[in-house]
Design a protein around this ligand. Structure first.
Ligand code: SF4
Length: 138
C-alpha cells in the first residue's frame, strides 16, 4: 500500500518519466508502473508529505509543505469525493476521475504548477476518461 496525497493522484496521470532528481524519478516510476500493472493496488490518502515526497530533493525548498500544495490536495480530494485517511484501490481512483474530472480542470486546479504547461496532465486525464489508464514508462 502506498501513502499518497491528493494532488499526486493527478500528477501520476501526467507522469512521463521526468522529475526533480534521479532518485525522485526512480521512486515515482516504480509507484506509477505498479499502479499501472496492478490497479488493485491499495492507496492510503494522507495529509502532507507522502510516498512520492519522500524522494523529493532536499534542496531547502519547502515545496512539499507549501500551504498552496495542501490547498491543491484538498481541492482534488473534494473533487473526487475522497477523504484523508481513506484506503482505496488505484482502480477506484480512476473511476472517481472518470466521473468527476475533465482535462481542462488541470488548468484551474493546478494553476501555479510549472509542469502544467507541458500539457501532459490534461492528456493523462483524457486517457483515463478513454479507459486507457496510466501510460507505460520506458
Ligand atoms: S499540473 Fe502539476 S500539480 Fe497538476 S497534475 Fe500536473 S504535475 Fe501535478
Amino acid at each position: 500500500m502506498y501513502e499518497l496525497r491528493g494532488h499526486h493522484l493527478f500528477c501520476l496521470l501526467g507522469y512521463r518519466g521526468m522529475g526533480y532528481s534521479q532518485e525522485f524519478v526512480k521512486n515515482m516510476t516504480h509507484v506509477h508502473q505498479k499502479l499501472r500493472n496492478n490497479p488493485q493496488t491499495l492507496i492510503k490518502l494522507v495529509k502532507g508529505p507522502d510516498h512520492l515526497c519522500a524522494k523529493y530533493p532536499n534542496d531547502g525548498e519547502q515545496h512539499c509543505q507549501d500551504e498552496h500544495i495542501y490547498d491543491r490536495d484538498a481541492v482534488i480530494l473534494e473533487r473526487l469525493g475522497l477523504k484523508i485517511g481513506q484506503v482505496i484501490s488505484w482502480e477506484e481512483v480512476e473511476q472517481q476521475i472518470t466521473e468527476n474530472v475533465v482535462p481542462s480542470d488541470i488548468m484551474s486546479i493546478c494553476e501555479s504548477c510549472t509542469w502544467r504547461t507541458y500539457g501532459v496532465c490534461e492528456e493523462g486525464v483524457q486517457e483515463v476518461l478513454d479507459g486507457k489508464g496510466l501510460r507505460k514508462i520506458n
